[in-house]
Design a protein around this ligand. Structure first.
Ligand code: FUC
Length: 792
């Protein structure tokens, strides 16, 4: 046997075709599971996330009592109904100070310029009103509360306790034994039906006591025809919501004072849902008939068996999840509890399995939290357990929101991108007003922070608040959706109008400097440094949106005059500058500090997610970007580490990207749920990423980074294994998407590509690149083509 293995191993490296035959044995890892041998006690670090797109639920798996904390994406405090004077943060006529501010900047009177921006070009601070939380009329995404399910056996010490989240099926489960009684729980979210399902069973009858607790005021509560219903509202804006569950059991049900009791039950199933009267309509943001949504959803599951709901869910989920299979050869420790596994990995134990798990976890989280018709993911995805969440659990558009969606297209979850694309379109109307009021320009803006009520003004403080580039950065996602799908109707009807208006803002806002270049003045590099006569990120974002618009107009055969103007403006923008220590300048002024370790690395936008800088096309700028990146160092918040994975991948340094990935996976420190950067980023035991505190952007940025290491397509060619780390010697991935409408699979061994398979969405030609060589091949829609490196 040993002899056979050794000779197989030898053959493995000698005979590429033999290897191809072998590799299918590395089929999808059925051990794609997070699992633990004890219940969670800490929400942020240990509870496990499940969801159905609309709702996010965290389960703890407590023995005597299960806690199911949940939130629904539209539940928001603040907005126009909390304050009749709410005005999306706008200050009419603020733009009148622009000329003076620009003048002061030109005279290098930066302090005075900054003071004027602070006074006039910042948005309205949240108005604190009666009943409002610390976020006032800006509002915050809200937890809806918790369902507690108490079991009759109480807090006994169980045997064989097991708690897990299976990414292959998107189901959570808990099992244990007390004496001779075996207990099982299974949880999942069903997106087609809009419900969550929690199922409890045991081989002997048990008693269950179910209560719902929330901090939001109650309007009514009842139990009728097997359905528990709670109607409530948010204190400050009177936003109404309802949450309800249908209970299916073989036991006896009684109800009193909000408490549902089930006795003598071997099986209890709760089919749970929630909705609010929020509507994604500017300027009212109200009017959804949430009661009928709830009634319809619970009616639709009336005669359904749980197994049918599970089957429907699994089909719906695996249709998306199974598109990408990723396998790395090497150590796998799936038989070790995930928290222990994570600690061992941090102490140097190799664990390719954990690395694959984290990548697929990002995809799992996206499918669970972002589906057509739902709100986009916020800072914590859809998982927020607070009425006063960090940073309002809002939509931050100076990195976080965009990063949340980086994996969408490349990891073959294009449908999950839709909530962000729709949300972006919804910001155009309020964003036009902000563009008028603050800048007297055409087009639309959104700045650093946005809520569910179109707060598109700059934030209320400097330097973090001022960032009109948020809009054009979001518009990049609409273009990318087209790039990956090549859906011209979508480009024409939905994407292009939004992109064009985002570009119009920059055409009007950019202003000539003394050298004749166009610059962004005043500007601030996100949350870093002071006022500038040109923050590089603004220039790169403006370049990006104009460049994309030129291409879009060309594809659509429309708007030639606008395209020409866009081109003139794009080419006049101050290009990326290399500064006195070889760095890529963060500002027009050469003032970068080589010792600065700030978490934002905004001036490298052109390298990623932009495409103005690349090692192949602009090697000197790429080198300068690398100098800046080295100087910033590897430390940072969760999302900062994740961004650096993507940067290093674009710089074709797989080992450095992998080093950053290891940092993302390390057990996180930091205080619970505090807005503190201290104590270290990384990931918690539930593998949710730590800013700290928990922020989902790091998970998603890391997942995108892995894809970026294996496949890139931002330069019109499909680059294969551009940044393969040496630790990932042998492996395969299938189902990644490339711009142009291709689905790509690759197998490699000993660090070398063995085979590529490509399926094109449409007939034409496709150019591949591998280790500096290029190959153009004909492709037929829907037909798989196999290429080996010898063909290059
Ligand atoms: C940006 C970052 C912070 C944090 C916040 C939610 O403002 O600078 O680090 O991630 O978003």
């Amino acid at each position: 046997m040993i002899y056979l293995l050794t000779s197989l191993k030898r053959a493995f490296f000698l005979l590429p075709y033999f290897v191809i035959l072998l590799l299918p044995a590395l089929a999808q890892d059925k051990t794609l599971k997070l699992w633990y041998d004890k219940p969670a006690t800490d929400w942020m670090r240990e509870a496990l996330p499940i969801g159905n797109g609309y709702m996010g639920v965290m389960f703890f798996g407590g023995v005597g009592q299960e806690q199911l904390q949940f939130s629904e994406g539209t539940l928001w405090s603040g907005g126009p109904h909390s304050n009749p004077k709410y005005n999306h943060g706008n200050k009419p006529d603020a733009w009148k100070y622009l000329t003076e501010i620009r003048q002061l900047i030109n005279e290098s009177k930066l302090k005075e310029a900054n003071q004027l921006v602070q006074r006039h070009l910042t948005g309205m601070a949240p108005a604190k009103l009666e009943g409002s939380t610390e976020w006032g009329d800006y509002g915050a995404q809200q937890t809806m509360g918790d369902l507690f399910v108490k079991l009759g056996h109480g807090e006994a010490t169980p045997q064989n306790y097991h708690r897990e989240l299976d990414l292959n099926t998107a189901t959570g489960s808990v099992s244990y034994q007390i004496g001779k009684t075996r207990y099982k729980r299974q949880y999942f979210g069903n997106y087609p039906k809009g419900v969550m399902v929690y199922s409890f069973s045991s081989n002997r009858p048990e008693k269950y006591t179910i209560t719902y607790k929330t901090l939001h005021p109650k309007a009514y509560e009842r139990f009728e025809n097997g359905i528990y219903t709670f109607g409530g509202h948010i204190n400050d804006n009177k936003q109404e919501f309802e949450t309800a569950y249908r209970i299916v059991t073989d036991g006896k049900i009684s109800y009193e004072n909000g408490v549902v009791e089930v006795s003598d039950a071997k099986s209890v199933q709760l089919i749970h849902t929630a909705a609010t009267d929020y509507s994604w309509e500017y300027p009212t943001y109200k009017g959804t008939d949430y009661k009928s949504i709830i009634a319809k959803r619970l009616d639709a599951v009336k005669n359904q068996r749980i197994n049918a709901l599970l089957k429907e869910h699994t089909q719906d989920y695996t249709r998306l999840f199974d598109r990408v299979k990723f396998t790395l050869e090497g150590a796998q420790h799936a038989n070790v509890p995930t928290d222990v596994r994570q600690r061992n990995y941090a102490h140097g134990t190799e664990d390719r399995g954990l690395e694959m798990l984290y990548f697929q976890y990002g995809r799992y989280l996206m499918i669970s939290a972002s589906r057509p018709g739902t709100m986009p993911m916020h800072l914590q995805g859809k998982w927020n357990n607070s009425t006063k969440p960090p940073w309002a659990a809002d939509y931050h558009t100076n990195i976080n929101l965009q990063m949340l969606y980086w994996p969408a297209e490349v990891t073959n979850l294009s449908e999950c991108h839709i909530p962000l694309l729709e949300y972006t379109a919804s910001l155009v109307a309020p964003g036009r007003q902000s563009a008028k009021d603050f800048f007297n320009t055409r087009g639309w803006v959104v700045n650093t922070m946005n809520n569910a009520y179109g707060y598109t003004a700059p934030g209320w403080e400097l330097p973090w608040g001022f960032f009109p580039g948020g809009a054009a950065w979001l518009a990049q996602h609409l273009w990318e959706h087209y790039e990956y799908t090549r859906d011209k109707a979508y480009l024409k009807l939905k994407a292009y109008p939004v992109m064009k208006e985002a570009a119009l803002f920059w055409i009007d806002y950019l202003t000539p400097d003394s050298s004749g270049h166009l610059v962004s003045s005043p500007s601030y590099s996100p949350e870093h440094g002071g006022i500038s006569g040109g923050a590089s990120m603004d220039h790169q974002i403006a370049w990006d949106v104009l460049n994309n618009c030129i291409q879009a107009a060309n594809v659509l055969g429309t708007d030639p005059e606008f395209a020409q103007q866009a081109q003139q403006v794009r080419d006049q923008i101050l290009p990326p500058q290399i500064g006195r220590w070889g760095q890529l300048q963060e500002w027009k002024e050469d003032v970068d500090d080589p010792d600065n370790k700030h978490r934002h690395v905004s001036h490298l936008f052109a390298l990623h997610p932009g495409r103005q800088i690349s090692p192949l096309e602009t090697p000197e700028l790429a080198k300068a970007a690398q100098v800046s990146l080295e100087a910033r160092g590897d430390e940072g918040t969760g999302w900062s580490l994740a961004w650096k994975i993507n940067f290093w991948a674009r710089l074709r340094n797989g080992d450095r990207a992998h080093q950053l990935y290891r940092l993302i996976l390390k057990p996180a420190g930091g205080a619970s749920n505090a807005e503190s950067f201290a104590g270290g980023s990384g990931s918690y035991a539930n593998l949710l990423d730590a800013h700290p505190p928990f922020q989902l952007d790091g998970n998603m940025g890391a997942t995108a980074g892995i894809a970026e290491m294996l496949l890139q397509s931002q330069t019109q060619t499909i680059e294969l294994l551009p940044a393969l780390p040496s630790a990932w010697k042998t492996g395969e991935i299938s189902g990644l998407r490339a711009r142009g409408g291709y689905t790509v699979g690759m197998q490699w061994a000993d660090g070398r590509l063995l085979q590529v398979s490509i399926v094109a969405d449409s007939t034409g030609e496709c150019t591949l690149a591998y280790q500096g060589k290029q190959l153009t091949i004909p492709v037929t829609a829907g037909k798989m083509v196999h290429i080996s490196p010898k063909d290059f």
